[in-house]
Design a protein around this ligand. Sequence first.
Ligand code: FMN
Length: 322
Amino acid sequence: MHTRLTERLSITHPIISAPMAIAATGKLATAVSAAGGLGMIGGGYGDITWIEEQFSSVKDGGVGCGLITWSIDERPEVLESTLDLKPKALFLSFGNPECHVQKIKDRGIPVICQVQTFKDARNALDCGADILVAQGAEAGGHGETRATMSLVPELADLIATRSSNTLLCAAGGIADGRGLAAALMLGADGIVMGSRFWATREAGVHENMHQAALQATGDDTIRSQVMDIARKIAWPDRYSARVLKNGFTDRWHRNVDRLREVSEIESARWIQAWADGNVAVANTFVGEAVALIDRLETAETVVSRTVREAEKLLNRNWETGS
Ligand SMILES: Cc1cc2nc3c(=O)[nH]c(=O)nc-3n(C[C@H](O)[C@H](O)[C@H](O)COP(=O)(O)O)c2cc1C
């Protein structure tokens, strides 16, 4: 399936796997790229030892890496070390990319900026991003409140008038060919899928979390900040993360002030539960698209089926419905 995205990145299908911290291993990124998409390593908060390990496991090159922007603002050396690993693209999310974009472009590496609002999209264009990702609130993991359905065409229109050479991907709630076809119709050049690739055999995910997700519906997710309070990660206040609800979110989501008071005990409990795969306490990071996932598959199966389904839909005869 060819779009401007496949041309620009020299890939076969317009599908990028999200740089999901911890879950998006070198193994997953390699599998996605081998299947014809662009695989991303989830560099997250910038543990450079982990990032280097993931790159060393990459076969045949050709994977990108994502970093959390506000985190590298505080530690710019992480970006330098990551660029030395020669990622195929660098994916920045959550924060102002202004002081990083030129450094990346100077190395000849395409810059992908994931944004959650119109205002941030305008800023990312001003900074010189090569590709924008419009991330809707349906998404798993961190994000904000705008919905994919209206954010994507709004940013497509913005790009058309301000910077038509910049490409656009849609993210949030996409897990199959229906989502890919819809994203293209909304004006995107491709998609970023997180939750669907999280639920693959190659992802770095505890088995109990995979099993919990396979049982869940979209209603079972919530956007909350309590996991970051528990993990003592100082996320800027505007962001929350979508996870599966459990006893921990039931207890603390509407009682954040009290959680902060008892954070020492609750933090230790949550972190231990994460290590143990205890999904009653530690939250499973996944989006509303969990509803569309009923089995663990390989990344190759996900990519090929998504493309096949989308092509069928895009060629559909709408009069007969066949
Ligand atoms: C488990 C998980 C971890 C994530 N971690 C990150 C991250 O570290 N950096 C990032 O830019 N986005 C992260 N995201 C968000 C993705 O970039 C993407 O926007 C999202 O997965 C798209 O929505 P979907 O999950 O419905 O496919 C994460 C998503 C998930 C599900």
